[in-house]
Design a protein around this ligand. Structure first.
Ligand SMILES: Nc1ncnc2c1ncn2[C@@H]1O[C@H](COP(=O)(O)OP(=O)(O)OP(=O)(O)O)[C@@H](O)[C@H]1O
Length: 720
């Protein structure tokens, strides 16, 4: 009951306080010698009413919650200031205000004020919530993106101040030239030479201004592009599993280009036209306040349409960008797998896939074009309506002798310039919104926090390279329900070669990914020299652990640059020593330009086996403490493989070597063998111990031997 009465009691209290305040102000106004300025009392009274209502709302315990928030402040402001604003508005239009100035605190005035407040509250509650929920989140996002964009401009605030200075000077000068020209035209005294002289001075200012502006904007563009690139590189490996290359490339190139194009070209024009609008407005005010006021009143009508179309464009621009990224993705994938495409003669299939993506973009572009045409048409129609109503209203003012016919003609000429400048502003506004839309997508990457634990701080001088996996369970982020490793415990000892074998898909490479800290296990611990792997510095870890993967990727650079990748300061002697260890030196020297031969994109200009040997040399030049060879010799012939392993055995005596292979030749001589099956350690020991168990390993050895015999049999048969 008490709660039910709280709100009516609050309303009663608020009304009592308000009525007392109004009566108090009324009494002051009626005392003859007090203040006789027309505006001071209405404004002071309005502010007092606002403050009192706010005071009651925030201090009375039963006031509704909304009255203590932003909505309450708005209500108090409307309630208190509706009269002073209305009185000032009438005064600006040269309308009689005496009655209102003396009558606003009467009973009738008070009731009118409450009616306006109730009506505005009703409209606010009725319409705004339907507009807000969808728009609110987007609006805050847009605002945040805009603030971010402005943040990138901040370091160049000096340059922007210079640009602003030139814009003001040039626009002011231009406006003056134009006013002189209009007057001369009206007086039939047009002097083209003076007009040319007048304008040429400002053209210099314009040139300097555009130069500074464009140089600064391209600087900002490159820095944003660099930032996005850097942010992408910092992401976790799971991010790259999820995002396609085309999408990433598209954000770095297309999206930043769209954004900077809109910002540099269109924003600069907006600036110029905005200044023009300001100066023209000044000239119009000097001619007739009433007509200017009337013109400004009509502006929201021509503002609303571009505002809505701008929001529409922003959404559309995001969709266009996404669809372009898809098309990019198809193109990147096709070109990077050109040999596979050609060997399956699937050029037409890929073309069709690309065409479909482009068609989606085209469909969106069509909507964009239609929206653009519609908004341009509505813009010009609404500004035409404004011009016609000004002429009509101006005509009435001339009839009533409020404005002279000469002033009306000049005003109309100014107004024509003014509305066309406003029209240009409106037509470029969607482009700026488009830039904000594009920037939102860019900032999604910049803001993405990589899902990796913070970098550790350990970087000890010496590292033994003793690795322990303790009860590791792991599922890939993309397939969180499938455990790839289940309670795996294993040990890699320094100075030993540990071989990891098992059927395809049993989780061997996953163990390497965890060792490289690409992913984090869901449970269990990985220790390096008895210390959790997470405590080591990322760079240190990758210097100490070298991995040669199943499909090593070479860069489209020389063989030399590929071997020295990640250790650019290595000497040529170190490079050739690493190449000799990898049994690569001989074939490299036989290449057309030796170590300077280009390896081609993804190593496409060398054979599979050569690629693997270059990759092994690249790993060895780092002088790693832990070397992982993940099926790294699968493309080598048995002789070359044997040579590589013997060299490694001789040279890497203290190193921890993890060997993942499907070939028996590499496994037999390993110090320790771990057999992995369906994500679990099934057996471990050395070759002899495991054979004695007659288990999975023996089966693996038998399979290998059978396949060797089958192969030799095939060869013998074919030679017969
Ligand atoms: N990035 C990934 N996202 C989701 N699942 C993955 C990912 N990489 C591998 N897998 C899955 O994890 C399982 C183990 O893969 P892994 O590459 O470790 O096997 P492997 O033993 O090295 O196989 P192979 O001998 O064929 O190289 C497989 O079922 C594979 O499909």
């Amino acid at each position: 009951m008490k709660d039910k009465m709280a709100v009516p009691l609050f309303a009663l209290l608020a009304v009592c306080v308000d009525v007392s305040a109004v009566m108090f102000i009324g009494a002051i106004q009626l005392s003859p010698s007090f203040i006789n300025n027309t505006f001071i009392l209405p404004w002071a009274g309005g502010l007092l009413r606002t403050c009192l209502l706010l005071f009651v709302s925030f201090t009375y315990p039963g006031s509704p919650a909304w009255m203590r928030g932003f909505e309450g402040v708005q209500t108090a402001v409307v309630h208190g200031l509706v009269y002073p604003v209305y009185i000032s508005f009438l005064w600006a239009c040269d309308r009689p205000i005496v009655e209102l100035v003396w009558g606003w605190h009467t009973c009738q005035g008070l009731l009118q004020g409450y009616a306006v407040l109730a009506l505005s509250l009703l409209l606010w509650k009725r319409h705004v919530p339907t507009l807000l929920p969808t728009a609110k989140k987007e609006k805050t996002e847009q605002k945040a993106s805009l603030q971010r964009l402005l943040g990138y401009m901040k370091p160049f605030s000096g340059r922007f101040a210079a640009v602003f200075f030139f814009v003001v000077i040039s626009s002011l000068g231009k406006n003056m030239c134009w006013v002189i020209h209009i007057n001369e035209t009206l007086l039939f005294n047009c002097n083209n030479i003076s007009k040319y002289y007048c304008n040429s001075k400002h053209a210099v200012c314009e040139f300097v201004c555009d130069l500074i502006y464009n140089i600064t904007m391209s600087r900002i563009h490159t820095s944003i592009q660099g930032l996005v690139f850097q942010s992408v590189l910092k992401q976790d490996i799971a991010f790259f599993d999820k995002s396609s290359t085309g999408d990433i490339v598209s954000r770095i190139t297309t999206d930043t280009n769209t954004m900077s194009e809109s910002l540099s070209e269109k924003l600069s024009l907006l600036m110029w036209y905005f200044m023009r609008v300001v100066f023209l407005l000044g000239s119009m005010v000097l001619l007739s306040r009433t007509l200017t006021f009337f013109t400004v009143l009509g502006l929201p009508i021509i503002w609303i349409i571009p505002e809505f179309s701008g929001q529409f464009y922003q959404k559309l621009s995001k969709q266009v960008q996404e669809s372009l990224a898809k098309a990019n993705d198809v193109a990147t994938e096709t070109f990077s797998s050109m040999k596979t495409v050609r060997s399956f003669a699937n050029e037409d299939g890929e073309t069709e896939r690309y065409r479909k993506c482009l068609e989606d973009t085209y469909a969106l572009n069509k909507v964009e074009a239609a929206a653009y045409a519609a908004s341009t048409w509505t813009n010009s129609m609404s500004s035409l309506a404004l011009k016609v109503s000004i002429l009509y209203y101006g005509g009435r003012l001339v009839t009533g002798s409020d404005v002279s016919s000469g002033d009306l003609v000049s005003f109309v000429l100014y107004e024509l310039q003014f509305t066309s400048a406003v029209e240009v502003l409106m037509s470029y506004w969607p482009d700026v919104k488009k830039a904000v839309g594009a920037s939102e997508k860019i900032f999604e990457y910049v803001d993405r926090k990589p899902d990796i634990p913070p970098n550790g701080s350990l970087a000890p001088q010496t590292l033994k390279g003793h690795v322990q996996f303790k009860k590791i369970t792991f599922a890939y982020p993309k397939r969180p329900d499938t455990d790839v490793l289940k309670n795996v415990s294993l040990e890699l000892k320094p100075g030993q070669i540990t071989a990891l074998v098992g059927p395809s898909g049993s989780g061997k490479s996953t163990i390497v990914s965890l060792l490289e800290r690409f992913y984090q296990p869901q449970s269990g611990k990985i220790l390096l020299d008895q210390t959790p792997l997470l405590e080591y510095k990322d760079q240190y870890l990758h210097e100490k652990i070298s991995v040669v993967s199943q499909e090593p990727v070479l860069f489209a650079r020389s063989v030399q640059e590929n071997i020295k990748y990640g250790k650019e300061n290595a000497s040529d002697e170190e490079m050739s020593a690493a190449a000799k260890l990898a049994n690569a030196d001989d074939f490299i020297l036989n290449l057309p330009k030796g170590y300077d031969t280009d390896a081609g994109e993804k190593g496409g200009q060398v054979s599979g086996g050569q690629k693997q040997r270059i990759a092994i040399a690249r790993a060895l030049i780092q002088k790693p403490q832990i070397l992982v060879l993940d099926d790294a010799t699968s493309s080598l012939d048995t002789e070359s493989e044997h040579r590589v392993y013997s060299a490694l055995r001789k040279e890497l005596k203290n190193c921890t070597v993890l060997l993942i292979t499907h070939r028996l030749s590499g496994v037999e001589n390993a110090d320790h063998i771990i057999f992995l099956r369906e994500g679990e350690v099934a057996e471990e020991g050395n070759h002899e111990q495991l054979l004695a168990k007659h288990g999975f390993y023996e089966e693996f050895v038998n399979q290998q031997n059978t396949s060797i015999h089958r192969n030799t049999g095939d060869v013998t048969n074919s030679s017969q």
